[in-house]
Each structure stands twice: as C-alpha cells, then as structure tokens.
Design a protein around this ligand. Structure first.
Ligand SMILES: [Zn+2]
Ligand SMILES: [Zn+2]
Ligand SMILES: [Zn+2]
Length: 329
C-alpha cells in the first residue's frame, strides 16, 4: 500500500470515529435537539515552506525522507472539514496543494468521472511567503480552473494578489474571489465553524501575516505556523491562549534550537525556538492545553521519530503534528 493510501485510510477512519463518537451523547442529553455538526481539522502538511526533503539538500533528515516516504512532510497546511457534508476549507495554498487536495477530495462529494471545478469551499491565507500561497496557481486556467473560489486574505495580502501576476490573472479571470478579512473580525464558515484572524508579527515583506482562531462546536484551535519570536507579540502568547479559550495550539515549530543550521544563526531568521515555546507554555500545558508543533524545517532534529529531542518534547507534554492527523473541534 502506498503511503498516500495509508494516510487517506487513516484520515477516513479517524473521521468515521469522530462522527460516531460525537452523535450519541448530544442525542442522549437533548433528544429533541439536532445533533451538533462534527467539525475536524486535518493536517495536510507539517513542514516549513521548503518541505521535507528540501530540494537539493543532502542533510541526514532529507536523505532519510527520500529513502523512507513515511518521513516525508508536505508544506504546512490545514483542512477544516464537516465530515457529514464534505464541506472543506484550506488554510494556506502550498506548493504541495495538488497532493493535498487528493486527501480532501476523496472525503467530499464530487462529480463522477471528470474534473471537480470546486474542489474546496474556500481558502484562508496566512501570508505571502512561498509555502503559503504559491498553490493558488493550481486553481487557475492551466489546471483546475475554478470559478469564484473564495480566497480569504488580509487587505494587504489581497492587494498584493490583485496587483501582481500571475495571481492578478486568477482574480481577473474569476478563478478566485478575493474576500478581505480583518484581525478580530469573526468569519462564520458553516454552522459550528467560525474563524477569527489574528495579526502575527513576521517578516512582512509582501504582505502582513495572519494566524487563525478556529472555533468548532466543542473545541477551539489556534493556528500560527509562522511567526517572529513570542517576545515580538503585543500580548504574551499565554494571555492570548487564555483570552481566546484555546484548547489546541498548532504552533510554529520551524527550529528546535539555535545551533541547528551549520551556516546560519537561526535566531536571526526570526522564529521562536521550540525549546523556548516549551518553556513559555509550561503552565498552560500543565493546565490541559494541547500543543502541536508544525512548519518544521528540514534541519529540525525533532523530525527524527526516535531522537532525544522528540523524547524531550513528549516528556514535557508537547507533540509534533503528524501528516494526516485529524483533530476534532
Ligand atoms: Zn512558512
Ligand atoms: Zn535537508
Ligand atoms: Zn513566512
């Protein structure tokens, strides 16, 4: 069985479980009320923009990922799905979008025997770095050729897309419909699924950067795949987590520690180190917050499933987000 097939089966099994688990208690407590819809987040990718393996890299982790496809990681992206209806939204459009759509697609009703011109219900974008928006090209005339696919972006990100080719063509040809969203203003995507953008400090060359608070019927998830160090945040992260009542935090895990790139000091690149995040969130994690690291760089030693860094993470109550992982919201 191919790895893609295994991931798909795992996602399908987890979704079925989520459906069967969620319906019974709601019906038992309120027999007359309609059962709350199930909402899940599916990890479509968990690597930094360059993916794992990264093009042209012969570091030990890239070599291992080429040898063993189970160690391969696609570029960070999340699907938000209602399993009962197949409604699906993507957070970010990565260069791996073609393969990532396969995962979403098979769980969604679609026309038989031909192309699906609306393979998702919409896309929410974090920012204009390569790993987070280049996949929009797949929606264009040369490929899927969608019609008025809603793409939610900050006003600055939307202006960048409208003003620069080839993205401007997607908007002009109405493959995508740019819809501006603002930090703090909640967007209701479906019954039981709402998303609130939040402004994130990051190297904002072409756009600003958003994170998302995703509220499902039962749990709230914070998605921040890319950020400057937590010290750059206007409000301390633990305070944000508390204020937004976050149950699951999927956070920037680009680098584990300062010395991991032989030719660059990773602190100058501007991500929080995993080790620093673990220190910062010690109390919230003890109090029940679940933290998953995503957006791992190919240099990150926490990629090694049996390495000491992964053991240290687990011992402190943290996890690395896995490809295909399904989180119920
Ligand atoms: Zn990134
Ligand atoms: Zn590498
Ligand atoms: Zn970035």
């Amino acid at each position: 069985m191919t790895r893609d097939r295994r991931v798909l089966l795992a996602v399908a099994a987890a979704l079925a479980l989520a459906v069967s688990r969620g319906t019974a208690p709601a019906a038992a407590v309120h027999p007359a009320a309609a059962p709350a819809p199930r909402v899940v987040a599916v990890a479509l990718g968990t690597a930094q923009d360059g993916g794992v393996p990264q093009a042209g890299c012969d570091c030990s982790r890239c070599v291992a990922a080429r040898r063993d496809p189970a160690r391969r990681r696609r570029v960070a992206s999340l699907a938000l799905q209602l399993p009962a209806t197949g409604q699906s939204w993507l957070i970010d459009a990565t260069p791996d979008l073609g393969e990532q759509l396969e995962v979403v697609h098979r769980l969604r009703p679609r026309p038989a025997g031909g192309p699906d011109r609306r393979p998702v219900d919409g896309v929410l974008l974090t920012h204009a770095h390569a790993g987070h928006y280049l996949g929009l090209a797949f929606f264009g005339f040369e490929a899927v050729n969608t019609r008025d696919l809603p793409v939610f972006a900050s006003p600055r990100m939307a202006a960048f897309l409208r003003g620069n080719g080839p993205w401007s063509l997607l908007a002009a040809r109405r493959n995508i419909l740019l819809r501006e969203i603002s930090p703090g203003v909640t967007l209701a995507l479906a019954p039981g699924l709402a998303v609130t953008p939040l402004l994130v400090p990051h190297r904002d060359e072409l756009s600003d950067t958003l994170g998302f608070v995703v509220r499902g019927p039962r749990r709230t998830l914070l998605y921040v795949p890319d950020t400057d160090s937590w010290a750059a945040w206007a409000r301390p992260l633990p305070e944000v987590l508390l204020r937004e009542r976050v149950d699951l935090a999927l956070l920037d895990g680009t680098f584990y520690s300062a010395g991991e790139l032989p030719d660059r000091d990773v602190r100058t690149i501007g991500h929080p180190l995993m080790s620093a995040t673990m220190e910062l969130l010690r109390e919230p994690v003890r109090g029940g917050l679940q933290v998953f690291f995503t957006h791992l760089n190919h240099s990150n030693p926490a990629l090694d499933p049996a390495g000491p860094e992964r053991r240290a993470l687990a011992a402190a109550g943290y996890r690395v987000l896995e490809e295909g992982q399904v989180l119920e919201l």
